[in-house]
Design a binder for this molecule. Structure first.
Ligand SMILES: *Cc1c(COP(=O)(O)O)cnc(C)c1O
Length: 384
């Protein structure tokens, strides 16, 4: 007879802060359900005042925010954008859609963030922009990237999908790049199902950003009374979310500190529990450089090799613990290969992608559940 195993521990569980439905009811009663209403503005103000973003524009996804950023980079066919291969597809798609050439670069083995040295080696006359990804909410080396982009007149874009509330030398991530994109997908720290925001930190880009955001029209200027007609003036799309989405999100923003505090506590509990295994050389835990104030977006392990990772993942699944891995390197994906990249070109990316395992991490994760995860990993290594 089959016995029921221990209760499943999911990889992610969307957190509900409490006032989501109340805010949605306020939006419904207000009669304004389309975008750019009260809750959109409340969310934008929150991002601007809390994280020092220049102008924030809410979007339907981080993917959309990255697409807006790519349009604002004014790329022409043949222009090059340098970005990591170890990232989510949207980072690359946004620039590819503009006809730019994607120039992948490798990551550093400590933080799995873009390596400034590799970026410098790939700079050329066609380079127009650099897009950094703050992996797991741990900051990239922003002094190096800011200096490099300033010196060469390049646009710096931050894919800050993981990084809301995280800092570099005390300054919020998302406030460094000319353009930065946040995600509120249900797997991120603050959520609205799908959702995102673009931070426009270069004041010279704000006016055009608003036009692109509103389908290529000067609607925002019209409503501010700057122009007396509302018409098609540039390319654009419908990047803005419904008020129902921003009403939900605002409830999460109200609990932002509490969400980050709780996630950091979970993160530290894993770190403490797994430190002896790291000491014994069984695995490697995330490295947090002194310049990085992270937001506990993710807790991952690096195993000795791909076989060990697959074996541990299967071992945890047998115990109803959902651990996952991600980022098939973009350069070795079918799209990357079609662009002329080959497997073997970015050894750190390929090694980390094969060896990484992400542990369950969400607001409601219980200490007992974490102890079960840690216990199972210890058992795997024969240290139970
Ligand atoms: C989640 C994620 C995105 C895309 O976010 P969406 O809001 O789902 O569009 C982009 N880049 C990175 C690094 C991500 O993790």
């Amino acid at each position: 007879m089959e016995t029921t195993g221990p209760a499943p521990i999911p990889f992610n569980k969307p957190f509900i802060a409490g006032r989501e439905l109340y805010h949605i009811s306020q939006a419904v009663l207000s009669g304004h359900l389309a975008g750019n209403g009260i809750f959109t503005r409340k969310c934008q103000e929150f991002l601007e005042t809390t994280y020092g973003c220049g102008k924030a524009l809410m979007t339907s996804s981080c993917t959309g925010a990255l697409e807006m950023a790519a349009i604002l980079c004014d790329l022409e066919p043949g222009d090059e954008v340098i970005l990591p291969s170890y990232t989510f597809v949207s980072t690359a798609n946004a620039f590819h859609l503009r006809g730019a050439k994607l120039v992948f670069a490798d990551i550093t083995p400590d933080t799995l963030n873009l390596d400034p040295t590799g970026v410098e080696e790939r700079l050329g006359p066609a380079t127009k922009a650099v897009c950094v990804v703050h992996y797991a909410g741990v900051a990239c080396e922003m002094d190096a990237f800011t200096a490099l982009c300033a010196k060469r007149g390049l646009r710096l874009v931050e894919d800050a999908a993981h990084a809301i509330g995280a800092t570099y030398k005390g300054k919020a991530l998302g406030s460094f790049g000319a353009l930065s994109a946040f995600s509120f997908h249900e797997t991120k720290n603050f959520i609205s199902g799908e959702g995102g925001a673009l931070a426009v930190n270069d004041p010279a880009l704000v006016e055009r950003a608003e036009i692109i955001w509103e389908k290529g029209t000067n609607r925002s200027q019209f409503f501010r009374g700057i122009t007396d007609k509302y018409t098609w003036v540039d390319i654009g799309s419908s990047f803005l979310p419904s008020e129902l989405v921003t009403a939900f999100l605002y409830a999460q923003f109200e609990q932002a500190d509490e969400i980050t505090r709780r996630r950091l506590a979970c993160w530290k509990h894993y770190q403490t529990g797994l430190a002896p295994l790291e000491k014994a050389g069984d695995l490697r835990l995330p490295v947090i450089p002194a310049y990085s104030g992270h937001n506990a977006h993710m807790f991952y392990l690096l195993l000795e090799n791909g076989d060990a990772r697959d074996a541990l993942m299967a071992f945890l699944r047998q115990r109803n613990i959902m651990a996952v891995f991600h980022y098939i390197p973009l350069h070795s994906s079918p799209m990357g290969l079609a662009m002329g990249y080959r497997a073997g070109m970015f050894p750190v990316t390929e090694s980390c992608s094969a060896r990484i395992l992400r542990l369950p991490m969400f607001y409601d994760l219980k200490t007992e559940e974490q102890d079960r995860v840690v216990g199972a990993i210890r058992e795997f290594f024969g240290k139970a």
